[in-house]
Ligand binder design. Structure first.
Ligand code: CP3
Length: 346
């Protein structure tokens, strides 16, 4: 398993054939996912180990991608810790009680033995998944403190996370308590996945691009670092990804990541130009090409390989998640195309 090319790329060892997985590869783009999920809510499916394992394996079986991404969600840990949260279809995570005041933060549940016990379905799902995946590595994940806390503070999805960003500036000590709580929540969730068999982790800070670098360094970076520190003693690569975060790549790496995920807005060679030499990168095919022609898709894939050719390691991915309306065959064909390329000629 440690030999899997994808893990080697994440450690900075190149293979001739590209390795690829897709963010949100498990989920609504697959008919087998939709039929399995029928009658079960999103969050309930995440705590049914057999279901979570099967959904994780579905895209690996179908597309022949080089890794599974554990089927769960960034708000599953909050649910397991006892908070009222649902995922509304077509909307996203919605919390029963937004967390905005000192009293709200005082009322957050402790993250001790009860939370560790509540993580058992996650451990069981990871064990089942890893057994099923065989030599294909499983990537575990968690949401970073800013992105998860933004859902908690706003109460649900928001365009610019204004309340969260205002909280940081107006009540920095309250924000720090909330972010530290999420760091512990997500950190323990990550560690549980790795101890149960995940071979790499990705920290999703999807909405971090709404922060300037100074605010990131002052109010966020230490909390993301605290999250990643939960797995830093374990021998797994740590990928850190944000959307629209071209200006934050270096501080995100400095938060304790070992590889950086890049979205489709920034060319990989430009990302490599700002990151310290030797940093492995992941990305960054524009998801929009999934809705164009095969010619355009393969041209984009080639150009991503070329832009990543100078990296110490490169794992191919999309610049963000698979849109639910994607034709699955398009992904299968894209994987086959990538596996037929020789990066030494890219
Ligand atoms: O293939 C995978 O990546 C599967 C695991 C996964 C899910 N969510 C499953 C899911 C992962 C890694 C996530 C992470 C996640 N969740 C992020 C970070 C990644 C990103 O896309 O930026 C974020 C921001 C969330 C919060 C969230 N959960 C959103 C915005 C949504 C979409 C809401 C919608 O319906 O459009 C969800 C729901 C969700 N998470 C679904 C899946 C498969 C859809 C649920 C369904 O089937 O109805």
């Amino acid at each position: 398993m440690a030999d899997a090319s994808l893990l080697q790329e994440l450690r900075g060892v190149r293979a001739p054939t590209p390795s690829v997985w897709f963010m949100r590869q498990a989920g609504r783009s697959l008919p087998e996912y939709r039929s399995l999920r029928e009658g079960t809510t999103m969050l309930d499916s995440c705590v049914r180990p057999d279901m979570a394992a099967e959904i994780t394996v579905q895209p690996v079986r179908r597309h022949r991608v080089d890794a599974g991404i554990f089927f769960s969600d960034i708000v599953v840990p909050a649910r397991l810790a006892g908070l009222g949260v649902e995922i509304q279809p077509g909307v996203g995570p919605v919390f029963d009680h937004p967390v905005r005041t000192e009293a709200d933060i005082d009322a957050l549940p402790a993250l001790g033995d009860r939370y560790e016990a509540a993580l058992e379905p996650i451990r069981e799902a990871v064990r089942l998944t890893v057994a099923e995946l065989g030599t294909t590595p499983l990537i575990g994940f968690a949401g970073a403190p800013f992105t998860v806390a933004s859902y908690m503070v706003e109460g649900g999805p928001s365009r610019d996370h204004l309340r969260t960003r205002a909280l940081m500036r107006s009540r920095p000590e309250l924000w720090a308590r909330l972010a530290a709580w999420v760091a512990e929540l997500s950190g323990r969730f990550l560690r549980a996945q790795v101890l149960a068999g995940a071979s790499a982790v990705q920290l999703f800070d999807s909405w971090v691009g709404s922060l300037g670098e100074d605010v990131y360094r002052t109010h966020v970076q230490a909390h993301s670092a605290a999250t990643l520190a939960h797995v830093a003693d374990l021998p797994v690569p740590r990928i850190h990804f944000g959307v629209g975060a071209a200006h934050l790549l270096t501080p995100m790496l400095e938060a304790g990541a070992t590889a950086i995920g890049v979205d489709h807005r920034l060319r990989l060679d430009r990302a490599l130009g700002v990151l310290p030499a030797g940093t492995p990168v992941q990305g960054n095919i524009d998801p929009a090409v999934l809705f164009t022609s095969e010619e355009a898709r393969f041209a984009e894939a080639r150009s991503v390989l070329t832009a990543g050719a100078g990296a110490s390691g490169h794992v191919v991915n999309l610049g963000h998640g698979v849109p639910p309306t994607t034709d699955p065959q398009v992904l299968t064909d894209l994987v086959a195309f990538l596996h037929a390329q020789d990066v030494r000629r890219a």
